[in-house]
Design a protein around this ligand. Structure first.
Ligand code: NDP
Length: 449
């Protein structure tokens, strides 16, 4: 990110760091947004008087709660639950729940902050929130997962609602967990209120295409971005980090558009399959059997498993980081460039470090931030809420076409905003500025919120 913060922005940022000690991911996310706002403040100095940025950097509400649960052996465990309700300016808080041992307040706050701008970019009425727990779902039985989800909901239920706050999935939270959470919400409240959670199963209010939406949306956006350079996915070699929900459906759409995905990963290693990653195998391992990715080679003897390998060392045309934050650093970025990578688009939230982004942008390759590119998931969650409100059920093709439209609009917004602010081709600034301005301009008419 080439632009620096001016004195005013620097002072706001220092206060954020001081007020939120130790929350490094949150600091990083705030800095990334603030570093792109100098041009905005020049055009709209009233944001300073109105203390818009200070207000936007302070969550409306932060909840931290105890989650006790009992494992299959009868032993008691205590985890910590979080929900950060950051901004409800343009709609009810909306954002996923993450279950991962690395979760602490700083992670949830960074995710929630990012969500404000992402949700604004979708053009839909959804505010920013995020939650989760330091619970590790790996190696837990179905019953343990269920008991944990039930205990988590015993506290969360009083803070959420279809018009208040609508959680969904994220790392470690998929259809199974949403089902247990929804079941417990229903028992606690005595209400069948499908609009309270998204990513639900199809039989109790879920939406077709929600499971695919983040990955598909990422690839729709990337395809449009490639087209601005008269390129496409056809014949491109693609690598996708992760092998969870976002990665799987990104790989599926890339393949449908004529690209060849040759590598994907999990936190233990990398699968390299020059014949093209077989998605039936990935889905069976990850969605059905809940196994580790290394088992892939048992079904495909030509493929290689690189234990503790680094996916960014593999030569590709397009790289789609779809695992987690800060998974791609400056050294990785340099290797990608050296090996000929021409396009990087983020499926995960903040997967590239600031130095990696700087490396891509200075080299002039296509780079698009997660705020814009992975917004298809939350957008389709909002479409799920629409269906729930009117007790309707849309066809897959209809929902998918709406998703495609939304991604096209987000691309256009980022592209045109970058041009308007004199930074043509900079999708990071385009996304940050467009999201920020939308929220800021809505805050003012609402009074001091
Ligand atoms: P999943 O839990 O389905 O999959 C996560 C994948 O990333 C797994 O392959 C996991 O490997 C890997 N991973 C997670 N943490 C790490 C880590 N610390 N180091 C290396 N690999 C890791 O999550 P999702 O696919 O839903 O989410 C992936 C990313 O996309 C996240 O950043 C999430 O915030 C973002 N996102 C998700 C949306 C959604 O709709 N699901 C919407 C928008 C963004 P392992 O199994 O070994 O842990």
């Amino acid at each position: 990110m080439s632009s620096q913060m001016n004195e005013q922005l620097e002072s706001i940022y220092s206060k954020v760091v001081k007020r939120n000690p130790g929350e490094t991911e949150f600091h990083q996310a705030v800095k990334e947004v603030l570093s792109t706002l100098e041009v905005v403040l020049k055009k709209k100095p009233h944001y300073i008087e109105q203390k818009i940025i200070e207000r936007m950097c302070e969550p409306e509400r932060q909840l931290i709660f105890r989650v006790p649960w009992i494992d299959d052996k009868g032993e008691i465990h205590v985890n910590r639950g979080f929900r950060v309700q950051f901004s409800s300016v343009i709609g009810p808080y909306k954002g996923g729940l993450r279950f991962h041992p690395s979760v602490y307040l700083g992670i949830i706050k960074f995710l929630s902050f990012e969500q404000i701008f992402k949700n604004a970019l979708t053009g839909l009425h959804i505010g920013g929130g995020k939650g989760g727990s330091d619970f590790d779902p790996k190696g837990k039985s179905d019953n343990e997962i269920m008991r944990f989800c039930q205990s988590f909901m015993i506290e969360l239920y009083r803070h959420i609602g279809a018009d208040v706050d609508v959680p969904a999935g994220d790392i470690g939270v998929g259809g199974r967990e949403i089902g247990y959470l929804f079941g417990q919400y229903k028992r606690l409240t005595g209400r069948f209120e499908p609009g309270v959670l998204t990513g639900k199963g199809l039989s109790y209010g879920g939406s077709l295409a929600r499971k695919e939406a983040t990955g598909y949306g990422l690839v729709y956006f990337t395809d449009i971005m490639l087209k601005t350079k008269k390129e496409s996915f056809e014949g491109k070699k693609v690598i996708v980090s992760g092998s969870g929900n976002v990665a799987t459906y990104a790989m599926e759409k890339v393949t449908q558009l004529g690209g060849k995905v040759i590598a994907c990963s999990d936190s233990n290693g990398v699968i390299l399959d020059e014949n093209g990653i077989n998605l039936d195998t990935v889905k069976r391992l990850k969605e059905v059997e809940r196994k580790r990715l290394k088992e892939y080679v048992n079904a495909h003897s030509n493929a290689k498993y690189l234990e503790n390998g680094c996916i960014w060392d593999i030569s590709c045309d397009v790289a789609l980081p779809c695992a987690t934050q800060n998974e791609l650093n400056a050294d990785n970025a340099k290797i990608l460039l050296k090996n000929g990578c021409k396009c990087v688009a983020e499926g995960a939230i903040m997967p590239a470090t600031p130095e990696a982004i700087e490396t891509f942008q200075s080299a002039g390759i296509l780079y698009a931030p997660g705020k814009a590119t992975n917004a298809g998931g939350v957008a389709t969650s909002a479409l799920e809420m629409q269906q729930n409100s009117c007790r309707d059920k849309w066809e897959f093709e209809y929902t998918d076409s709406k998703l495609k439209n939304i991604m096209t609009n987000i691309h256009q917004t980022c592209y045109e905003t970058a041009e308007e602010y004199g930074v043509a081709g900079d999708y990071l600034k385009g996304a940050n500025i467009a999201g920020f301005v939308k929220v800021a301009d809505t805050m003012i008419p609402l009074g001091l919120v």
